[in-house]
Each structure stands twice: as C-alpha cells, then as structure tokens.
Design a protein around this ligand. Structure first.
Ligand code: PSU
Ligand code: MN
Length: 318
C-alpha cells in the first residue's frame, strides 16, 4: 500500500479550512476503538464532531485505515473504524508499522498530536491523556503522549489525567519536558472523572483568548512543544468520589491479577471501570469530551482571529 508523501491524507474540508486560516480542531480515535464501549463509540464519535462544528470550528478526526493515516474522516470511514473489532491502538511509534503493514487502528493522543501538528492543526480536543503509570518506578511505563507533547506545537484540551495514573509524577514529567500546563477556570488540576485531583498548577486561565495568546507567545519564543489545557468538570457533574475510589482500587487489583502490561493497561482499566459503574462513568466520560470539544472550538476560533490580526498587522513583512 503506497502512502502519500507527507504520511497522511488530508480531507478536502480540513485542507480548505487550514488554507483559509479557519478554526480547526483535531480529534483522536483511540477513544473510539479502545476508550468507549460499542455501540456508544460511533454515536460519540459523531457527536464530538458535531460539538466542534456547533462551536464554529471544523472537526478533524484522525485515524489509520488500511495503512493510510487520515486527517479528517468522512462518516463512512468513521463507521468502519468504530465497527472494526480488532482495530489496533496506535501510538506515534506504531504509525510507520501500521503504514507498512496496511493495518487499521485508532490513534492515541501521541499519534494524533503528531499527525495534527504535521498537518498544521494547532488545537486538539480529547478526553484524558496518558501519563506516568503508578508503578513506573519499576516498570518505566510512561505514555508516549508526554514525550510527543514536549515536541509538537499543539494545544491539547483534556479532562486532565485519570487517577489510574500517578498524576503528581505526570505533572512533574510535563514540567521536565517543558510542556506548558494550564487549567481552565481554576488552579486545581482535574483527575478526569473528578473535578479536583488534589494537585494544583501555577497558571489558571479564564478565557480562550488568553490561551491563544499563550500559543502565540510559545511560537515567538520558539519553544518546541505543546500546551496542555486541563478543563475540569463542574463538581455537580463529576463521578461520585466514593464510587470512583472503590472502582479504582478494584480495577488496579484486577489488572495486577490478570498480569496486564504495557499498552493494554489503559484500555483494561477504562473497560473495567466502565463495566462496573454501569453507565455512570461512560456518561461522565462523554460529558468531559463534549466539554473539551466546546472549549477546543472556542480556542481554535480565538487562534484564527489572533492570526488574522497578525496578518493584517504585518501585511508585507518578509
Ligand atoms: N486516557 C483516558 N482515555 C483514553 C486514553 C487515555 O482517560 O482513551 C487513551 C488515549 O488515546 C491516550 C492513550 O493517548 O490511551 C494512552 O495510552 P498509553 O498509556 O498506552 O500511552
Ligand atoms: Mn504505556
């Protein structure tokens, strides 16, 4: 299977929006293949795209189909991906193998961020990002999401980091990698299902315009990496903390008992928690991603507006 030169196929809609300087928001697909139960996953994938569109930005779902990486998927492809039972979970380093072997899979935050930034997309909305696992001191298990965020100019809007991970260690690694971490509306870093992880950050931000200014300053300084925006749920919408703590402990035990390792750990724990909360954790999960899609669209609009301003301010420069 031959692949296009730049390593991905850009949809016409997304290409048009990018060349016009219109707002675009990238969306990942591991959440479709491994993060949500079927058949909610397809409905959710459509809904995330709709939410971005209603927010005034063009959605660009990114995934690998038969060895071709797509930036911007049409409805048929999205349906095929969501229905592919043995779809792979593809991090950045897996992309070249999938391309060579013609396989199909969902792209993780790392893989999506890489492809999006190569395509010129600056804003990416997701659920939770990967991070440092709780036993990383002995297993070295740290998601490639962190390293890629340290190297790609992209702003990722997330619900923070799930408590299945070591959140404190994840924040430390983001600091080491010079990833700017912002929390929307507060300085309390969220733990995805929970509004407050118990960790705080130095920089709360309150508007999308402010985030776009941070992006512009990142460019001016030549910082190589990205920005992580954590967008906490309001307390009334979070998962019941007592239920959360119980399930987390049981899920971690179950993973250990089943000797789950490496890239299987995150999907295993997510499935375990989804299964054992009935619909409660799935509903919270969906609300988080919707909320991130809304904020992502807003940031993408601020970014476009700021850029239009730059272009007017420096018409013939260079
Ligand atoms: N965390 C979540 N939901 C997810 C994932 C992480 O709360 O769906 C997915 C994302 O695609 C993320 C990936 O990039 O898992 C991280 O996997 P790993 O820890 O194996 O790098
Ligand atoms: Mn891992």
């Amino acid at each position: 299977m031959s692949s296009p030169r730049q390593g991905f196929v850009l949809s016409e809609t997304v290409a048009g929006a990018l060349s016009d300087g219109d707002p675009v928001v990238a969306l990942e697909s591991t959440i479709i293949t491994h993060g949500l139960p079927r058949p909610e996953n397809l409905q959710a994938a459509f809904e995330f795209e709709r939410t971005v569109a209603e927010g005034g930005a063009v959605p660009a779902t990114i995934a690998m189909l038969d060895g071709v990486a797509y930036v911007g998927l049409d409805a048929d492809s999205l349906e095929r991906l969501a229905g592919t039972e043995n779809a792979l979970k593809l991090s950045a380093r897996d992309l070249p193998v999938a391309m060579a072997q013609g396989t199909t899979g969902g792209t993780t935050v790392a893989a999506t961020a890489l492809l999006a930034s190569r395509a010129g997309i600056r804003v990416f909305a997701t659920g939770g990002i990967g991070g440092v696992h709780r036993d990383a001191a002995s297993t070295f298990d740290e998601s490639a999401d962190l390293g890629i965020l340290g190297r790609c100019r992209i702003t990722v809007i997330s619900g923070g980091v799930k408590s299945i991970l070591d959140i404190g260690a994840t924040l430390e690694r983001l600091e080491s990698l010079s990833v700017t971490v912002l929390v929307f509306g507060t300085n309390r870093f969220p733990a995805f299902w929970l509004t407050d992880s118990g960790h705080s950050v130095d920089f709360p931000v309150t508007t999308a315009d402010e985030i776009a200014q941070v992006m512009a300053a990142t460019d001016m300084l030549g910082l190589p990496g990205g920005i992580l925006v954590a967008n906490p749920l309001p307390e009334a919408a979070q998962l019941d903390p007592a239920l959360h703590d119980r399930l987390l402990a049981a899920g971690l035990e179950a993973a250990k008992a089943a000797s789950i390792r490496g890239k299987e750990i995150t999907p295993f724990l997510l499935a375990y928690i989804h299964e054992h909360t009935g619909q409660a954790s799935v509903a919270v999960n969906l609300e988080i991603v919707r909320s991130n899609c809304r904020l992502g669209a807003e940031i993408a609009r601020s970014w476009s507006a700021l850029h239009a301003g730059f272009d007017r301010a420096q018409p013939a420069a260079g």
